[in-house]
Design a protein. Structure first.
Length: 94
């Protein structure tokens, strides 16, 4: 193998490496420029999520107060359907 072949291969690999670094740097710089726009775009969504979370917490507080109040009162279970009268006919034959 002659030295020019090795030099050409090294030069080609070195060029490819620098191209990858340049492409990565270009993509990273474009994303870095776009980040503030993404942050400000998400800001309103975060505010709506926080408002929804507050409403959910208020509803949970109301439910927990109702549960606390119902836990203090005795629970009376009633049969929703009245039972049929049982007529005793005496001892069964058998």
């Amino acid at each position: 193998m002659d030295s020019s072949t090795v030099a050409n291969a090294a030069y080609g690999a070195n060029t490819f490496l620098w191209f990858c670094i340049l492409a990565f740097g270009l993509i990273l710089s474009v994303l870095w420029i776009l980040v503030p726009f993404a942050v400000f775009g998400v800001k309103s969504l975060l505010h709506s999520l926080i408002a929804e979370q507050r409403r959910t917490n208020q509803m949970l507080e109301v439910l927990s107060e109702q549960f606390r109040d119902s836990a203090l009162r005795p629970v009376v279970l009633q049969d929703p359907a009245p039972r049929a009268r049982v007529i005793d006919t005496g001892p069964t034959p058998g």
